[in-house]
Design a protein. Structure first.
Length: 133
């Protein structure tokens, strides 16, 4: 494993994953969240540093697993497949459980699954593009 590529992928994945999270949760789902504001933590209690730590840890694991599983296949398809697999492990599983446990609308669950899964595939493509260079 090339440590230089790994370090670059870690940064790229962190930036892309964070940007996708911001786009999905602060823009695409913002109105949906307003409808359930009473069950969410108030904005003034939101801890951005924990979000960034979480994103960094995710980027570390995502980049490491991708680096260990690279195949001699076209990078774009490999990135999409990896992002899709990670989405099934994280996004879909978490959202189905969240919907079961928390009183959130079914429409929010489906939107979140779709948007976050697309974001995960974009993140996979970003990792693959970093390793292709």
């Amino acid at each position: 494993m090339s440590w230089r590529k790994f370090a670059l992928a870690l940064v790229v994945v962190f930036v892309v994953y964070s940007a996708m999270g911001f786009l999905v949760h602060e823009h695409l789902l913002k109105q949906d969240y307003q409808g359930i504001a009473s069950i969410l933590r108030p904005v003034e209690q939101f801890n951005i540093w924990l979000v960034m730590l979480s994103n960094l840890l995710f980027a570390l694991a995502f980049s490491f697993i991708y680096a260990k599983g690279i195949e001699q296949k076209p990078w774009l398809g490999q990135g999409v497949r990896f992002g899709f697999a990670v989405a099934m492990l994280t996004v879909v599983a978490e959202n189905l459980i969240d919907y079961t446990v928390h009183p959130i609308p079914q429409s929010l669950m489906w939107k979140s699954i779709i948007y976050e899964s697309l974001g995960m595939m974009i993140t996979g493509v970003a990792a693959a593009a970093t390793y292709r260079a």
